[in-house]
Design a protein around this ligand. Structure first.
Ligand code: GTP
Ligand code: MG
Length: 202
């Protein structure tokens, strides 16, 4: 898929205030600093469409970006950010949870996982929660530039093994690097295929 346009639409903390039309959307979720915002910039060929930072906790709101004027990418705050207070964390979790529970336009979530870290309960539990709530998702392994090909292969095999303790099959997954532009075509083609299916069935 060619990205012809990518524009910021709105940021908010309230799922009821998200764009009110029926265009399909895809949301990026995962731990703070995993590279959600960077991946949105990589996919859209824009340096700072989504705000990124070396410090965790940069994205604080639900951010909608409209792509090719007919679908949305959604950048969400990271979970597992330790430096916010407990009460802030609760508000945080609540609006993210209600985004996933209530957002009918959400076609699929992408759960981002840093390819250097062993499976973390916070990620695997979140995936289980998505499964229980019948929310489709794929895994996106990020920062693949940090490992050599053999190490990536080993890492994926280990990750699969852990996932198969809970899941019947390994969920759909992608290997990406925003700094090296790895995985871009695969992800965009995947989204394009789903969008085409949705249009065909509309
Ligand atoms: P929050 O908004 O805080 O939840 O973080 P985020 O998941 O949006 O992460 P962000 O895109 O802001 O990136 C966090 C840090 O990781 C930044 O310093 C990025 O430059 C770095 N980063 C992101 N993607 C990659 C990548 O593919 N490779 C490498 N080496 N660094 C990356
Ligand atoms: Mg971010």
């Amino acid at each position: 898929m060619q990205i012809k346009s990518a524009e910021f639409v709105v940021s908010n903390q309230d799922v009821a205030k998200c764009p009110n039309n029926n265009l399909p959307e895809y949301a990026f979720i995962g731990r703070s600093n995993v590279g959600k915002s960077s991946l949105i910039n990589m996919l859209t060929n824009r340096k700072s469409l989504a705000k990124t930072s070396g410090k965790p906790g940069k994205t604080q709101l639900i951010n909608h970006f409209i792509i090719n004027k007919n679908w949305y990418l959604v950048d969400l705050p990271g979970y597992g950010y330790a430096r916010v207070s407990k009460s802030e964390k609760k508000v945080f979790q609540k609006f993210i949870t209600s985004y996933f529970e209530k957002r009918k336009q959400l076609v699929s979530a992408f759960v981002l996982v840093d390819i250097r870290h062993k499976p973390q309960p916070i990620d695997t539990q979140f995936m289980e929660w998505l499964g229980e709530n019948m929310i489709p998702f794929s895994i996106i392994f990020t920062k693949a530039d940090k490992l050599k090909p053999k190490a990536i292969e080993n890492y994926i095999n280990d990750y699969k093994e852990i996932m198969l303790e809970t899941w019947e099959e390994m969920p759909n997954y992608f290997i990406t690097s925003s700094s090296k532009h790895i995985g871009k075509d695969e992800l965009l083609n995947y989204i394009e295929t789903i969008n085409n299916d949705l249009n065909a069935n509309a």
